[in-house]
Design a binder for this molecule. Structure first.
Ligand code: PLP
Length: 443
């Protein structure tokens, strides 16, 4: 009854009392007082409205706050896509994570501890990349692959304004509505399209080159395939057909530094340079398996020109990225490489172990073949043979919203948990997550 002593609205716990609860106190240490206080105020209001019992306030406050220091949460990627763009692309290696933590405070990223003076920013990372790609005269690191492409072409095709010669078969949309020709045009280069959607020859490109040309661009059509009556210029022949003063820029996208027999259609930086490319751009968080970054490799004089362009400062990479990139390139094999090359027999054994443990507790779990993919728009059409744990499809949502969240793949009326991109050490965690999801869903 409103106004009576039993009315829950009159028994709203005081803010200080709620903040004194140990679990709420832990949230304050993690998230800061202001954030938690705002949540307390919101929950107190629900008591006032009579929709929540007063003794539930602390628990509801804790449940409404993120369990980690930020609202983004670590997720188990059981989709079978090694580079899932919506799940943050490449997972960093433990070494790269440690490097990020070390770099987080004050660091000598641009400082020489011997002389006490300024040093070249990220020189250790640049040295590691030069060692990994001996054919490159120099290297530059920027914020992402799109920035690497934009900066390289802009530096070569503006001041004065010049043309970038570009095949119509390579005018690519990379995702989320972003189109590379629109991106490149924003830098000021004038696009000179050559060839057709399905066929472009060396002669098409060579005959378009003139005094107005700033560079010739070759973009790897990384996320689609054109089949049938198709042809693109061979890179070596293209390089040989161009006048020596016209730079050839190649956007590989993938981030492979050297060829990988598993991915025969993916271009790599070393091969592109060997074939005669003057500058080669790539992503850091695709097949390289590192942090989001863009790499530009190639002729030292051209790299210097790109590095000196005013736009370079606007796409500069931060110290955390430089640290993670160096540990990825020079350190232990990153999770991306492991997940791509994992032995299918090993995947099958891991799936059988997880499914066996689940069946013991009455969960309807099986083991089925599952084709993994590179993901992140890379290597379209390539299927990586593997295995998955098969579960009732009703577990998909409780698993996604559990702790830790597990994201699988729905196939028909089954939920598949493909272990390819899951670290083997996380298998027991994944099994526990399935058990608690089954108890939630009553399955
Ligand atoms: C992915 C990709 C890009 C963009 O790289 P980001 O690192 O995502 O910015 C550019 N070009 C090609 C060919 C790509 O595959």
């Amino acid at each position: 009854m409103p106004g009576s002593p039993q009315d829950p609205r009159r028994r709203v716990p005081r803010t200080d009392t709620v903040l004194a609860d140990p679990a709420v106190g832990a949230a304050v240490a993690r998230l800061g007082r202001a954030r938690v206080r705002a949540e307390v105020t919101a929950v107190q209001q629900r008591v006032r409205e009579g929709v929540l019992a007063p003794d539930r306030v602390a628990a509801v406050v804790v449940a409404g706050l993120p369990p980690g220091p930020a609202s983004s949460r670590p997720v188990l990627n059981a989709t079978g896509a090694v580079l899932h763009t919506n799940l943050g692309r490449a997972a960093l290696s433990p070494a790269a994570i440690a490097a990020v933590v070390d770099a987080a405070g004050a660091t000598d990223v641009e400082y020489d501890l011997g002389t006490g003076g300024r040093a070249r920013r990220g020189r250790g990372t640049l040295a590691a990349l030069r060692t990994a790609v001996p054919g490159a005269g120099d290297v530059l690191v920027v914020n992402n692959g799109a920035a690497a492409l934009l900066l390289a072409v802009t530096a070569l095709c503006t001041r004065p304004r010049r043309e970038v010669v570009w095949s119509r078969g390579e005018l690519v949309e990379i995702g989320d509505g972003f189109r590379l020709p629109d991106l490149v045009a924003t830098g000021g280069a004038r696009i000179r399209e050559v060839g057709t959607t399905n066929r472009t020859t060396v002669a098409d490109v060579a005959s378009a080159v003139s005094r107005r040309t700033g560079c010739v661009l070759r973009v790897h059509p990384s996320n689609f395939r054109v089949r049938g009556f198709t042809a693109g210029p061979d890179l070596r022949e293209l390089a040989a057909a161009l006048p020596p003063d016209v730079p050839l820029v190649v956007d590989t996208g993938s981030g492979l530094l050297a060829p990988d027999p598993l991915l025969p259609d993916e271009p790599d930086v070393s091969s592109a340079l060997a074939a005669g490319a003057d500058l080669v751009t790539a992503s850091g968080d695709k097949l390289l398996g590192g942090p989001q970054a863009g790499l530009v490799f190639g002729r030292a004089d051209l790299i210097e020109r790109v590095r000196r362009h005013p736009m370079a400062r606007a796409v500069r990479v931060d110290k955390l990225t430089l640290a993670a990139l160096e540990a990825t390139v020079a350190g232990p094999v990153p999770p991306t490489t492991r997940a791509l090359h994992v032995d299918p027999g090993e995947l099958r054994q891991r799936c059988a172990a997880v499914a066996g443990r689940l069946r013991e507790t009455g969960v309807d779990a099986g083991v089925v073949p599952s084709a993994g993919v590179v993901g992140g728009g890379g290597a379209p059409g390539l299927e990586l043979p593997g295995w998955a744990v098969s579960l009732p499809v009703g577990l998909a949502r409780p698993l996604r919203t559990g702790d830790p969240p597990v994201v699988g793949r729905v196939a028909g009326n089954r939920l598949l948990l493909d272990l390819r991109a899951v670290e083997p050490a996380a298998d027991p965690t994944l099994a526990r997550a399935v058990l608690s999801a089954s108890s939630v869903s009553g399955g």
